[in-house]
Design a protein around this ligand. Sequence first.
Ligand SMILES: [Zn+2]
Length: 143
Amino acid sequence: MKRPYKIRHEFVEFVPRVREAGVLYVSIPYATAVHDCFCGCGTKVVTPISPVGWQLTFDGESVSLSPSVGNWSFACRSHYFIRMDIVVWAGDMSEDEIAWGRMRDKAAREGHFGGHVEPLASPKAEVAKTKSRGFWSWLTGGR
Ligand SMILES: [Zn+2]
């Protein structure tokens, strides 16, 4: 397992074509964060910031990205969290967990962009919450 390491964040309007390694570029106007995969393979990783994408937290000094970044489709298949400008490596996910995560993401996205929003208190939403809790606490280490 790789060691956690410190990265840098940079608030930009446009993400530069040539990016520095170890920098998370954040464009607030475009609600997007971009970085070159922090495993060092250099693959461009785009994380759209939205209610169903990633959420970015800026505490005045450092940024955190949630949920984790899972580069399943890259050769490196790296999986990490960005917490307060620090890359924290997560364990390998099994194929099942990857499939489940994708399904959940897809459902969330369709729900969001399809213009159909479940009321929060509906039983269906409660079930979805319960179902995803295991996955979520696995991701966040039981937080
Ligand atoms: Zn990589």
